[in-house]
Design a protein around this ligand. Sequence first.
Ligand code: PEP
Length: 251
Amino acid sequence: MTTTISPLIAGNWKMNGTRASLDELSVLASMLTTGEAPRAIVVVCPPATIVAAAARQGATAGIQIGGQDCHTEGSGAHTGDIAAGMLADAGAQYVIIGHSERRAEHGETNDQVRLKAVAAIAAGLKPIICVGETEAQRDSGQAESVVAGQLAGSVPDAAENHEVNIAYEPIWAIGTGRTPSNEEIAAMHACIRQALVDRFGDKGLSIRILYGGSLKPQNAREILAVENVNGGLVGGASLLAKDFYTIISAV
Ligand code: PEP
């Protein structure tokens, strides 16, 4: 891990969680306050319905809260959507943008993802922009070019002077229990770092690059130690406080 970048571990609860799940957040909060102080910024991204309650509950333990998506517009006739400003108003500091599940299920394009990131920044949120290749793309040797294209299209110019985080999430590793080898992770994160430096100069050296995809208590320590891995985006293993805490403690 690049030591000059403060690491961040974010949990993506996806479409899991009701008010009852806040009990799990309480367990995490007490682990974080009674155990050794975490070396990572801790972010939990619950469903939008409990963002406000989670923000209130997480605050005492320094847990920051994120949304899982936001609209490109600040307000208007967009039934069912959530504006970045609404997430901020509910107490969120971060927002996941362009998760592969949204790209696949909602047809989100790089352009839309970039505009969402711009909207998030305008609302004072810190975007976590997801990129990653499919298994077929990796097998055909296109992984790096696909990710480079996603970065070029999804990361806004505003990353030069605002906090933007990148999450490299190979789609074939999400929720499957499979992960790339440490060498493959290192190679992809080095490519992403180079692309950020080529575009943003020295600022590109300080943009966090998270790894996501079947990050678990069992593999967290070695994956989080890979060069240019500045933290993780955790799906399934963030739902149980004990597992998520173990991953946080692996930093
Ligand atoms: C994710 O969906 O962002 C993710 C990393 O999921 P999982 O950890 O369950 O693979």
